[in-house]
Design a protein around this ligand. Structure first.
Ligand code: ADP
Ligand code: MG
Length: 219
């Protein structure tokens, strides 16, 4: 999966980080000197051990947080969707409904929305679960639904935080296998994870270990 370059069909950086460093309050630096560009059609992983600042970096990219130094440049009008490690849905609503609603919210008509939603579920390996209520989905199915729903809104940017952290290996594998589909419609995608298989499914990886204070101080 590594190196899947769907991005060649799209153009443009959605987010650019220049020499970004951050830490909280007067605390130590989590990372310094970080430069990266997130482009449409590409899935970029953010790696690093627990506590290294992966979620913090996503917050900086979303501009929930201002960096202590450096700049975060986000293209004008950028729309953002988040996917977190705990899938959250409406227990009695069907899988299809969750995605159809996202298309309706985006302006599609009902019949078109159902068709678009079904096609997207198929892409995320959920076609045979379309009529199942959310409460009946396995952890991997529920997380793939969260990813499909994020894509349905056609955001410019999708931020995914530890999508497989709550899953066993088998369920995680089904989520990792659809990560490339997240960018196939032109979103820039950033996935924070310490799961080697999740990172292997990304086209590129920013490893925060390389930007830690220790790494920064090294000659
Ligand atoms: P990761 O996602 O890689 O596990 P985080 O970005 O969640 O790491 O956290 C990095 C460090 O910053 C941790 O030590 C965490 O306790 C601290 N931290 C995170 N958010 C805040 C905050 N809002 N205020 C103060 N400290 C924070
Ligand atoms: Mg985190």
């Amino acid at each position: 999966m590594r190196g899947e370059m769907t991005g060649a069909r799209f153009s443009g950086a959605v987010v650019r980080l220049d020499d970004v460093g951050h830490g909280f309050g007067t605390g130590q630096w989590l990372f310094r000197g970080l430069g990266a560009t997130f482009e449409r059609g590409f899935v970029t992983g953010v790696a690093g051990p627990s506590g290294s600042g992966k979620s913090t970096l996503l917050s900086l990219i979303a501009r929930w947080e201002k960096p202590r130094e450096g700049t975060v440049v986000v293209a004008r009008g950028t729309t953002t969707r988040w996917v977190f490690q705990n899938p959250f849905g409406v227990p009695r609503r069907t899988t299809l409904d969750h995605v159809t609603l996202a298309f309706l919210a985006h302006g599609s008509r009902r019949t078109a929305a159902d068709a678009e939603a079904f096609a997207l579920l198929d892409e995320f390996g959920l076609a045979d679960r379309a009529d199942a209520p959310f409460s009946a989905l396995s952890g991997g199915e529920a997380q793939r639904l969260m990813l499909a729903r994020a894509v349905a809104g056609s955001p410019d940017l999708i931020l995914v935080d530890e999508p497989t952290a709550q899953l066993d290996r088998a369920n995680a594998a089904t989520v990792n296998s659809v990560l490339a589909s997240l960018a196939a419609r032109g979103s820039a995608v950033v996935v924070a994870s310490h799961d080697a298989e999740t990172l292997a499914a990304c086209a590129a990886v920013v490893d925060l270990s390389s930007y830690s204070e220790a790494a920064h101080a090294a000659p």
